[in-house]
Design a protein around this ligand. Structure first.
Ligand code: ATP
Length: 603
């Protein structure tokens, strides 16, 4: 069987079974059966791109969200815009009781409407047909174009199938499993290959036989790799112990944007952590890279920052876009983009990720010629003799004391923290193991700086009367391995730290998912609250997976929580920044908070 013959309904049955199963191992079993028994030709790509639509880079963006999709669906189903069903679709996020608890969940509201109009028996579309329809849907420029494609689809699908198509378009399948799980069932090397290519098609086409392992794969300039990440440690002693006597370096933790630079001749790409090519850096940075990187093809890993010529320091976090704009507009300002290269993954015609860090650093030194304030290269100075005022950016460290000294100097210098790296380690795409450890002041003492998820919003009074001015934050319950968090515990309430513009942007992003908290109504099941009376927000963010992470900082002391569900809360919390770059499930979990607080309180 292949994508030309496998009915889309078979995929939908499998997706239904996965989303209903509570146990991850049962979910895995459904996936495996599908791969082994349904797709006998092993051309998995056409199905996998529907299962992981967020990773499908081949199809252009659909360019619409629930609100427009609702209108397209009304047109496709020829529902009059004043009818109850049209209003239900358009107002999908409002009121819970009227819509059988499906409000706030567009696919469920749509299913409700579709099930009264479409057949319950499977349609005749194959997986290949659905992909072809989705291509046309993505290419459709106007709402009418899109509606006419939906009208063809609704004639050939059941309500269940059409609901899955809607979820695929919205790129949110709610299967309760991570992509890791899907990759694992596809092939033992799938995740690894995805990490170094970010190319779903290539992964599916190269890995058709689970029994045939691929050992390694060359890195290709132009194909972004998922970044190597750092694991956090509470204190210097813990970090030192973890490295167990291996040779390490300590580096300043720069507070900019992680950017992977791919140079191919005169063409330069700037891939962010979420593998988006940030073309806005081209004017300000391409010339520097072309002139100062001495090989034709190269991949650099580093942090995009902004250098202030007047203060001779890096500018504060958040200045990158303005500096990129000034460069684009040809404006002379005090601040300009500056790239700090801390690693090299490819040079000339050679893949370097499997070489130890100290070897990669040698290549980095040979290949990249620094340009003060524009292109900096992070290499260890060679000894731990530190300048008391300005610590170096990178040093070899030979003892706990040296790490501690470097760390304290960085904290005093108002840096974000430090990273410790094993000099023998390979560069592992997508890895957050313990080859890189990060140490931030908040984990140890001083301020806290924690990533929490917004779960509710409060209307303000005074200057911000009538507008959302405060947020209820939650922390995740640690998920079982392979799963995503499903419950969030209320943690603290925060109102300060954002500018009016930042608040406005944040509220706009959350608005489609806010549900008014009616009197005496229970909070959504995914939120666990201790004292509903005291911490009752005016709105819930109904779907945690649509919410946003904020980094909060607070007074040095944590407080035992009285009103909130987590055992600790924060004194005078303040939002340090909104983390649009972090997926919702990457927020702090309650047990890690407990460890941080206990170690800080000396307990
Ligand atoms: P955080 O929220 O603490 O910034 P994160 O979750 O964004 O961390 P981590 O992998 O935990 O990412 O921390 C590593 C990040 O630190 C990198 O993604 C990079 O953006 C940044 N960074 C700054 N300086 C360095 C450095 N010298 N080496 C590696 N990463 C660095």
């Amino acid at each position: 069987m292949c994508d030309r013959t496998v009915r889309f309904g078979v995929l939908c049955d499998m997706l239904d079974a996965i989303s209903k199963a509570r146990n991850v191992s049962v979910k895995r079993k459904h996936l495996r059966t599908f791969f082994d028994q349904v797709y006998t030709d092993r051309e998995y790509y056409s199905a996998v791109r529907l299962m992981l639509p967020g990773l499908d880079k081949e199809r252009p963006a659909y360019g619409l969200k629930e609100a427009v999709l609702a209108r397209c669906l009304c047109d496709a189903l020829a529902i009059s815009k004043d009818s109850t069903d049209a209003r239900r679709l358009v107002n999908w996020k409002r009121g819970s009781n009227i819509f059988n608890g499906s409000a706030g969940n567009f696919p469920l509201v749509a299913h409700d409407v579709l099930s009264r109009r479409l057949s319950s028996s499977p349609g005749d579309l194959t997986i290949r047909d659905v992909n072809a329809f989705l291509d046309r849907f993505a290419m459709g420029e106007t709402r009418d174009d899109k509606a006419s494609i939906l009208s063809l689809l609704v004639k050939r699908t059941s309500a269940q199938e059409m609901t899955w198509i809607i979820r695929i378009i919205l790129k949110d399948l709610k299967l309760g499993i991570s992509e890791k799980t899907v990759f694992h069932e596809l092939h033992p090397d799938a995740e690894r290959l995805m990490n170094v290519t970010c190319d779903l098609k290539l992964v599916c086409e190269s890995l058709k036989d689970r029994n045939k392992r691929i050992r390694s794969r060359d890195v290709t300039p132009g194909m972004p790799l998922r970044p190597q990440l750092a694991s956090r440690v509470r204190d210097v002693d813990e970090a030192w112990k973890k490295f167990g006597g291996r040779r390490i370096i300590a580096e300043c933790k720069f507070d900019g944007d992680r950017i992977q630079i791919h140079k191919i001749g005169n063409k330069v790409h700037f891939f962010s952590r979420s593998v988006i090519d940030h073309k806005e850096y081209t004017e300000g940075m391409s010339w520097v890279i072309c002139k100062h990187v001495k090989v034709e093809k190269c991949i650099l890993d580093g942090e995009m920052m902004v250098w202030n010529k007047v203060t001779n320091r890096f500018a504060d976090f958040g200045s990158n876009q303005a500096a990129a704009r000034s460069a684009k507009d040809g404006l002379e300002t005090d601040q300009h983009l500056c790239y700090v290269a801390f690693d090299i993954l490819y040079a000339g015609e050679e893949t370097l990720i499997d070489q130890p860090l100290h070897e990669r650093q040698k290549v980095l030194q040979q290949v990249v010629e620094p340009l003060k304030g524009y292109l900096e290269v992070l290499l260890p100075g060679g000894d731990a003799a530190l300048d008391e005022k300005q610590p170096p950016w990178s040093i070899f460290v030979n003892s706990v004391e040296e790490v501690n000294k470097f760390f304290l100097q960085n904290v005093e210098n108002r840096e974000e923290g430090i990273l410790l790296k094993d000099l023998e380690s390979k560069w592992d795409a997508g890895d957050r193991s313990e080859k890189w450890l990060k140490l931030k002041p908040d984990y140890v003492h001083a301020e806290s700086d924690l990533d929490a998820l917004i779960i509710g919003c409060f209307i303000g009074s005074g200057r911000q009367g009538g507008e959302i001015s405060q947020f209820l934050l939650g922390l995740a319950e640690k998920p079982k391995s392979g799963g995503l968090p499903t419950r969030f515990f209320s943690f603290c309430r925060v109102g300060t730290g954002l500018s009016d513009n930042e608040r406005h942007d944040l509220v706009c992003k959350l608005k489609p998912y806010l549900k008014r908290n009616e009197r005496n109504a229970r909070p959504p099941d995914c939120y666990i609250l201790t004292n509903i009376g005291k911490e009752r927000p005016d709105f819930w963010v109904e779907q945690p997976d649509k919410s946003v992470i904020v980094e909060v900082t607070s007074d040095i002391r944590s407080i035992r929580s009285l009103y909130f569900t987590t055992p600790y809360s924060l004194r005078f919390p303040r939002i340090r920044r909104v983390r649009y770059d972090k997926p919702w499930y990457d927020c702090l979990d309650v047990s890690t908070l407990q460890q941080i607080m206990q170690s800080r309180d000396g307990g």
